[in-house]
Design a protein around this ligand. Structure first.
Ligand code: 5AD
Ligand code: SF4
Length: 443
């Protein structure tokens, strides 16, 4: 590692984050650790002494984007003195091999090793540093240290890792087995966030439904119930739920806890039971649909979203058509859809990747085209309604246009004469597109 000649008080750092909300949240924790040791956040890599790249390994494309970004950093390092750290899932996956391939990298940290950052800053003598071990418990970084980007909505990791081993998924290899934060620490953090004025809590974990307090064994329903009692918090969300662990009892607990938004991300991955079996998902199409039925029976205004993979090994046209018919049946508010890519160490990567790239592309376009049509229909049904929106800020293009999310987590762009950033506001929906609602502040 480049020896940090500067005193840590002058050290400027920049974090580039790839991937999911958990990575965003981890980057906020990393920022907190660095700022607590005196370093300052910078708004560009060019102005920084330390650049940290927080990486995502879930799909081939995310890894390709990383290598292109690292290429830019390698050029930057030729023109100025800078330390480069690669952290997160790709760091965990390739460890020292990444250093061999990219010798300009100064340190590598896996997701379980961020608490070692201050040690790197303090004790570094210029040598390279790799830390990718696992610890049996989730590291509690003191919550006062987390440096959150938003003043109103907070990400909060409650569990990490996965025991499911879906056949396409690299996560169990990069995030390890399931580990849970202590409930009393989570509650303390939520209370502290409420005191600071946060209104929305987004609980994070690969499988939030399998949450168990390490001390008492209390489950996710109990945790939601307790967070629901924290004064000041108005909206509670969580991602990601596994359909296999989503029970009727949990749906009732969700309904009972009044601050829990009627929004649910429930990844199906495929509408075909035979593909689901090959994916090792642990449920059939019919079982998934039964769960959707009892959820909608209890909470008819539930906004549903999902993840879909097209072109999984052996996926036939008929199996793909089953995914299209499932979209029509469920009518999701939003979907995240991906072309299958083989990932190292996974069971599916040992199967032949039978669906050609062009065919995967065609299936993805068809799927997204259908969903766009369905979403537009759903969004049109909201025109004329007045809905509650949590405003996250101004539009960059027009100072009178603000943006935010409704309870269903849909993007709402709206006109307001007053600055309503970080506030809840009632918005009358006047128009829509497939991906957003458009409106004006309701008098
Ligand atoms: N190929 C394509 N998509 C994948 N996902 C996970 N692994 C792969 C893969 N190998 C998708 C799944 C998951 C989301 C986070 O990424 O849909 O839910
Ligand atoms: Fe990956 Fe499946 Fe675990 Fe989700 S449940 S992180 S898709 S292995």
């Amino acid at each position: 590692m480049e020896k940090c000649a500067k005193d840590q008080k002058e050290l400027k750092f920049y974090i580039h984050t790839f991937g999911c909300q958990m990575n965003e949240s981890d980057s906020e924790r990393i920022s907190g650790i660095l700022t607590a040791s005196g370093a300052k956040i910078s708004d560009s890599p060019e102005k920084s002494d330390l650049i940290i790249v927080n990486t995502c390994a879930v799909r081939e494309k995310s890894e390709e984007k990383l290598y292109s970004y690292l290429g830019n950093l390698a050029s930057l390092k030729k023109s100025k003195k800078v330390s480069i750290g690669v952290v997160g899932c790709v760091a965990q996956l390739y460890r020292s091999k990444l250093l061999e391939k990219k010798p300009f990298i100064d340190f590598i940290l896996g997701p379980d090793n961020y608490h070692r950052l201050s040690h790197i800053l303090r004790n570094n003598q210029g040598e390279k540093f790799i830390s990718t071990g696992w610890s049996p418990e989730l590291h509690e970084i003191p919550h006062e240290l987390v440096f959150r980007k938003s003043n109103i909505s907070a990400y909060l990791t409650i569990m990490e890792g996965c025991n499911n081993f879906c056949s396409y998924c690299i996560v169990p290899f990069t995030r390890g087995r399931e580990k849970f934060r202590h409930k009393h620490n989570i509650i303390r953090e939520v209370q502290s966030l409420a005191r600071k004025g946060y209104k929305e809590i987004q609980l994070l974990g690969q499988n939030v439904n399998s949450y168990k307090d390490p001390e008492t064994g209390e489950d996710f329903s109990a945790l939601l119930k307790e967070i629901n009692h924290v004064d000041g918090i108005e909206w509670i969300r969580f991602i990601t739920s596994h359909p296999k662990n989503f029970s009727k009892d949990f749906a009732s607990a969700m309904k009972e806890a009044k601050k829990v938004c009627h929004q649910l991300h429930l990844p199906i991955q495929s509408g075909s039971s035979s593909v689901l079996e090959r994916m090792n998902r642990g449920y059939t199409r019919e079982e998934y649909l039964e769960k959707i039925t009892f959820i909608l029976d209890l909470m008819p205004n539930m906004s549903l979203s999902t993840d879909i993979i097209v072109g999984f090994p052996g996926e036939t046209e008929e199996e793909f058509q089953e995914t299209l018919s499932l979209l029509k049946e469920v009518r999701y508010t939003n979907i995240f859809s991906f072309r299958y890519s083989p990932r190292p160490l996974t069971a599916a990567s040992r199967e032949k990747d039978t669906v050609p790239f062009e065919e995967k592309k065609r299936r993805l376009i068809e799927l997204q085209g259908l969903q766009k049509k369905l979403q537009l229909e759903l969004n049109k049904s909201q025109v004329g309604c007045v809905i509650k929106v949590l405003c996250s800020g101004k539009s960059k293009k027009d100072p009178h246009i603000y943006t935010g999310r409704n309870e269903g987590h849909q993007v709402v762009n709206f006109k307001s004469q007053k600055n309503v950033t970080d506030k809840f506001i009632d918005v009358r929906i006047t128009a829509c597109g497939p991906y957003s609602l458009i409106g004006e502040v309701s008098p």
